[in-house]
Structure formats: C-alpha cells, structure tokens
Design a protein around this ligand. Structure first.
Ligand code: ZN
Length: 80
C-alpha cells in the first residue's frame, strides 16, 4: 500500500476527515478533475479538466494537495 502524503486539516473547521473526489467527463477523450472536500462544505478543485492519464492525474493530485496545504499566516487576530 502506498503511503499517502499528508493533508493538513481543514482551515475552516479543523477536521482532518477530508475526502478526495474525482470527476470525469468525456469529450473526445476522458478528462478528469480532482477535488478535496471537507464535511463543512469546503471544496478545493483543480481549475482545469485534464486528460485522465495516470501521470496527469498524479500531477493534478500533487498540485491540489500543495494548494490545500498552503496556509497564509494569520496575524493580529488578538488586537481588537
Ligand atoms: Zn472543514
């Protein structure tokens, strides 16, 4: 079994219970689009449909994981 790289918990509700979702469409060739979904309603998806080859699906997955895990610093919340 391959070890899945870590996804950080949801930045809105804190849940670690996140689901990968993949949608397919067929317009000529199969195309796919990946998303990460949280039970609180957050969904982050790739902007574009890509050919559903294994290499492109893996690169989509890596790209969206990196985006999901990217967190802006939150400062000055205690100032008010
Ligand atoms: Zn959430």
């Amino acid at each position: 079994m391959m070890t899945e790289p870590l996804l950080l918990p949801c930045p809105f509700c804190g849940s670690p219970d996140l689901a990968w979702h993949e949608e397919y469409e067929r317009s000529g060739a199969y195309r796919s689009r990946m998303s990460i979904m949280c039970g609180c309603g957050v969904k982050m998806m790739t902007e574009h449909w890509n050919s559903a080859t294994k290499a492109l699906r893996n690169s989509q997955r890596n790209a969206i994981r990196a985006r999901w895990n990217n967190r802006a610093a939150i400062e000055n919340l205690d100032d008010e």
